[in-house]
Design a protein around this ligand. Structure first.
Ligand SMILES: *Cc1c(COP(=O)(O)O)cnc(C)c1O
Length: 381
């Protein structure tokens, strides 16, 4: 058996070890230290542009923790409702449940595979009619593709509902020249092992509101009141990033733009290989306003037949030890969320049935890319 080709695997830049060694030398083996503040500064510098440079970044233990804190900061409580993109990784929706709130799931549209502005507005109107205005909107840039930012934020603004931008998959993407992770009231990033850059596990909360960042860090470090003895007036969490993980992050930030370039090259490769094929779609940016990091390259079959199908291709590649993966199973189809309200026309369900993520790592070798190419060509022959 040939060695495994992974969908997306960690890809170190080289300087990560240097930052970790510094932490060891100075005995900063803790959830605070110079790498944590350095990493936060690196992210801030990366996200800012000439017009907006007042970003506040809190490095945390995971993207999920960042989402949990974002919801708390926006005042989400038991019994509240939160709008959430249905087709996403479960981590986008789980923190709503942590708080005893109810997710209101929204279908995707076909241009970006993300939150449908039409169904989102329909949901907001209907929930208000039923007596409850949603407390927040969780919008996701799936596979790095920016959601319809202008439309979504216009509607959110009209109803005065804050947006949490789940940018876990979209570090390095941008919309009209502004980086993803900077559009929402609160934005979150993930540095899990399979993301475009990794700290082995980690996340960040990004906001332009200094008071919110301060409060996020307070809650993330057990909500200790200012007193020499340990005193608490609120429930806290242990959600800060460790100085070791942040050291990996600092090394990774040095190569982020290269990683974006490499992932985008993988997407170009799939466009060359499959772009002219009538039976399927290679998903690309709808127009030049969008710049996608192509964290994962996505194709979808226009229909599933016995001869050609998403599962057929997936299993064919698996036999050759090449990993591929169906799109995220929409949350409204998940047993755990079966009671949650849903607005849409099941576009995401069809995408889930027909769509496949192909190996997209920035560290794939030419030989591996050749194996992928041969395997896919064999399937379609
Ligand atoms: C990875 C991911 C998260 C969660 O991030 P973790 O750091 O793994 O907790 C949230 N949302 C989306 C869309 C993700 O892909």
């Amino acid at each position: 058996m040939k060695p495994k080709i992974w969908l997306s695997s960690p890809h170190m830049g080289g300087n990560e070890q240097k930052y970790i060694n510094e932490a060891f030398e100075k005995n900063w083996i803790a959830p605070l230290g110079p790498n944590v503040s350095g990493f936060e500064e690196d992210i801030k510098k990366y996200l800012q542009n000439d017009d907006i440079h007042n970003f506040e970044v809190a490095a945390l233990s995971s993207g999920t923790a960042a989402l949990h804190l974002a919801l708390i900061l926006l005042g989400v409580e038991r019994g509240d409702e939160v709008i959430c993109q249905s087709m996403t990784f479960a981590a986008s929706a789980n923190p709503i449940a942590y708080l005893g709130a109810t997710p209101i799931f929204i279908d995707s549209e076909l241009d970006t595979l993300n939150l449908s502005p039409e169904y989102m507005e329909e949901a907001i109107k209907d929930r208000i009619k039923k007596g409850k205005k949603p407390k927040a909107i969780i919008a996701v840039h799936l596979y790095g593709m920016p959601y319809k930012i202008d439309e979504i934020h216009k509607i959110a603004g009209e109803y005065d509902i804050p947006v949490i931008e789940d940018s876990a998959e979209a570090l390095g993407s941008s919309y009209k020249g502004q980086k993803c992770g900077t559009f929402g009231e609160i934005n979150i990033l993930s540095f899990n092992g399979n993301k475009i850059i990794t700290t082995s596990g980690g996340g960040a909360l990004v906001t332009q509101n200094a008071a919110l960042k301060k409060r996020a860090v307070f809650l993330a470090t057990q909500a200790r009141d200012e007193a020499a003895h340990y005193q608490h007036s609120e429930i806290g969490y242990n959600y800060r990033m460790s100085n070791i993980c942040a050291g990996i992050g600092r090394g990774q930030m040095e190569v982020l733009d290269q990683r974006v370039e490499q992932r985008r090259n993988m997407n170009k490769f799939y466009n060359r290989l499959l772009g002219n094929f009538k039976g399927l779609t290679v998903h690309n940016e709808p127009d030049n306003d969008y710049f996608c990091n192509h964290w994962l390259s996505v194709i979808s079959f226009n229909s599933n037949s016995e001869k050609l199908s998403r599962e057929g291709l997936r299993m064919h590649m698996e036999q050759e030890n090449i990993e591929s993966r169906p799109l995220w199973k929409p949350m409204d189809m998940q047993p755990v969320f079966s009671d949650a309200p849903y607005y849409g026309e099941r576009t995401a369900e069809t995408l889930f049935e027909n769509g496949l993520c192909l190996p997209s790592g920035s560290n794939l070798t030419e030989e591996e890319i050749e194996r992928i190419s041969e395997s896919i060509q064999k399937y379609f022959k």
